[in-house]
Design a binder for this molecule. Structure first.
Ligand code: PEP
Length: 256
């Protein structure tokens, strides 16, 4: 049985006061659920330390939204894996669609980041997903396959155990257009079969695959009821503690 995993991607939102308050509210509202569901919040870099402090001893995980693959040196504006570890991060989002399509990150760069993060002891949330024109052209599976094959290039099964995959159709992120539960399930199953081909069936049965894209308190239960949907990566709805807590509860219920 795969333990559900819900991540909150705060993106470039909150300020120092709001970030601390949100972290405290989430920790308090989901306190009774953290044995059943893994939950991480991913604030902007600049609030990681204060959010870690606000979380205190709660079992809530802390994640970053990005990382650079080099260990140190002349990389102005970048943040290393050891810096994230130093601040108490457990997870790191890698390959989010906004980094692929707004900032221009390639599959090759994402691969380097995944390798560096795993080697540093971080747990990557590795995002993949197709554009609307790719879906309309029937290319969803081939696009997602290529992202996964190139992203995981050279990563052994032992190392890949650190990874959660997040299937996030780009057309569903921040748009209010959620994939139907069946659309999500179809791609999740395809990903699991791909992982079985690339690695082995046992690992494919273990790896967690989150869905992301306008998931909210209203649709979390039906998305989580799909057999290959093991969690959610949540943007907008993770900024509202009540909604985020409701989604965590829905995940716990769906997988009991
Ligand atoms: C995300 O940022 O990963 C995301 C899924 O955003 P939203 O839930 O707002 O669509």
């Amino acid at each position: 049985m795969r333990k559900p995993f819900i991540g909150g991607n705060w993106k470039m939102n909150t300020d120092s006061k709001a970030a601390v308050q949100l972290a405290k509210d989430v920790a308090q509202k989901c306190a009774g659920l953290l044995d059943k569901v893994d939950v991480s919040v991913c604030p902007p870099f600049v609030y990681l330390a204060s959010v870690k402090n606000a979380i205190g001893s709660a079992k809530l995980g802390l994640g970053a939204q990005n990382v650079y693959f080099e260990a140190k040196g002349a990389f102005t504006g970048e943040i290393s894996c050891s810096m994230l570890k130093d601040l108490g991060c457990k997870d790191v989002i890698i390959g989010h669609s906004e980094r692929r399509h707004v900032i221009g990150e390639s599959n090759e760069l994402i691969n380097k980041k995944l390798i560096a993060a795993i080697d540093a002891g971080l747990l990557p949330i590795f995002c993949v997903g197709e554009l609307i024109e790719e879906r309309k052209a029937g290319k969803t599976d081939s696009v997602v396959k290529e992202q996964i094959q190139k992203g995981l290039a050279g990563i052994t099964v032992e190392k890949a155990k650190a990874i959660t995959i997040a299937y996030e159709p780009v057309w569903a992120i921040g748009t209010g257009l959620t994939a139907t539960p069946q659309q999500a399930q179809d791609v999740h199953l395809m990903i699991r079969q791909l992982i079985a081909d690339m690695y082995n069936k046992e690992f494919a049965a273990q790896i967690r695959i989150q869905y992301g894209g306008s998931a909210n308190a209203g649709n979390a239960a039906v998305l989580m009821s799909q057999p290959d949907v093991d969690g959610l990566l949540v943007g907008g709805a993770s900024l509202k503690a009540d909604d985020f807590a409701a989604m965590i509860k829905a995940a716990a219920e769906a997988k009991k």
